[in-house]
Design a protein around this ligand. Structure first.
Ligand SMILES: *Cc1c(COP(=O)(O)O)cnc(C)c1O
Length: 433
């Protein structure tokens, strides 16, 4: 698989290089040079396969000969070892539950597959590999758990202090070992800026083999293509051609993966890009100018992103496919409506949480009567238990898996820094010395 840097197309890399490197020059994202296309016949046969078999097939079509089909199968088996149910909540809407992995959010898919693939590719380098990542909450947990105890890989995770829930923090800041965590006095976008600066820093580049496990890494994106296929495979046949998928979006990796799935032939009529009031993309699609504003804290905190990284990939995909970006549906949902929507979904007998509710709201508002809607369920409601209980004004019967319960008792091991690059650089150098 060949990929090019969107900002500097002359920079071309293999899949393995993109996997190891994360980001290209000038902070450009890598994008596949060839976009696989499955025929209708192939799509139908893919949709008949099991999740593991199908995912292996899709991934090896993208990746090509760099990884053998057998090693891809091993990665997929190790990474995707939890269920992905599609749950109908009324006659024309279903929720694709992507939160049954070890950290209870969809990011387990991408992080676990990426960790497995990095483990398979021989990184023959004398410098230690450091995975440097910013998180708005869920990435950190997923990445930390996916890489915990893998040999020769150190993970450093930045997150905005006080802007993630106690449970989110405990999930990934208590592991120790090859996982270091840093709380930054700033918001997610400032963490993301610090990470990008680190990738451009010559001192760090010289001493360390820096990599990112953010959704900028192509390995994560490819993983996510697989569950869109799984969702469609669980739908009755006649629904396939009237399918609308709503994606709760922050950094827009999830939507990018959905659009890639559509581009290789998955029958999806329409995607809805759903955000909270951090609405840079909806405003762009409405008015045509890109104007990020300061990031605001919301109930759906993993989507509190105002400069979404993956947007350039979405534009590139539409350009490559000669399609107009106007084909995307979009909208934003404020906290008040998010709360109302969690209540509305509970009235249907289904417990949701703020991220899923944002997408559900827009799906219901935009779905025509002859269409069928899938809303991506990106986080387990138990992760937002207090908030959801507050919305519903009652206690809910959800309990944390026992391993997570034990984890809640452990101390947070994070370093603290101001949002200043030299502090980050010094800390990384001291952690790795
Ligand atoms: C990360 C996250 C999102 C946003 O996904 P992107 O790929 O960044 O757009 C939505 N919901 C939850 C629960 C998340 O953790």
């Amino acid at each position: 698989m060949k990929l090019y840097n969107i900002k500097q197309p002359s920079e071309q890399v293999t899949f393995t290089q993109a996997l190891l490197q994360g980001l290209g020059k000038n902070q450009g994202l890598f994008f596949p040079k060839d976009l696989p296309k499955f025929s209708i016949f192939e799509i139908n046969s893919l949709l008949e396969m099991s999740f593991i078999e199908r995912s292996t097939h899709i991934l090896s079509t993208y990746i090509g000969s760099e990884l053998s089909k057998n090693s891809i199968l091993t990665c997929v088996k190790n990474a995707f070892n939890f269920p992905v149910p599609l749950v109908c909540i009324n006659n024309n809407v279903a929720i694709l539950e992507l939160f049954h992995g070890p950290t209870l959010a969809f990011k387990d898919f991408g992080s676990r597959l990426m960790a497995q693939m990095l483990n398979q590719t021989n990184h023959c380098s004398d410098k230690p590999m450091v995975i440097l990542t910013a998180t708005s909450g869920d990435t950190g947990a997923a990445v930390a758990h996916a890489f915990f105890n893998l040999s020769n890989i150190h993970v450093i995770i930045l997150y905005p202090r006080g802007k993630i829930s106690a449970l989110q923090e405990k999930l990934f800041c208590t592991l120790g070992g090859n996982i270091s965590t840093i709380s930054v006095n700033g918001d997610f976008d400032s963490c993301q800026r610090l990470v990008k600066k680190a990738f451009d820093d010559s001192v760090l580049r010289q001493k360390l083999n820096l990599n990112s496990a953010n959704s900028i890494n192509i390995g994560r994106l490819l993983a996510q293509i697989c569950y869109y296929f799984e969702g469609v495979s669980q739908l009755p046949h006649q629904m396939r051609n009237k399918l609308v998928i709503a994606v709760p979006s922050g950094n827009f990796g999830n939507l990018t993966a959905g659009l890639l799935a559509q581009s290789c032939g998955l029958p999806v009529k329409k995607f809805i890009a759903a955000t909270n009031i951090n609405d840079t993309v909806p405003r762009f699609l409405e008015f045509g100018y890109w104007e990020p504003r300061p990031t605001l804290s919301t109930f759906s905190n993993a989507m509190d992103v105002s400069s979404p990284n993956n947007w350039s990939r979405i534009e590139e995909l539409f350009r490559r496919e000669n399609k107009s970006i106007k084909e995307l549906e979009y909208g934003c949902v404020n906290d008040f409506l998010t709360e109302k929507t969690v209540q509305e979904i509970a009235d249907l007998g289904y417990l949701s949480e703020p991220h899923t509710a944002v997408a559900y709201r827009l799906l219901c508002d935009k779905l025509h009567s002859d269409e069928f809607g899938i809303c991506l369920g990106t986080a387990h409601p138990v992760k937002f238990k207090e908030l959801v209980e507050d919305f519903l004004k009652k206690k809910i019967q959800l309990i944390l898996p026992i391993v997570l319960k034990e984890r809640m008792k452990l101390p947070v091991l994070s370093f603290k820094i101001p949002k200043c690059f030299s502090s980050l650089r010094n800390l990384i150098l001291s952690i790795m010395s």
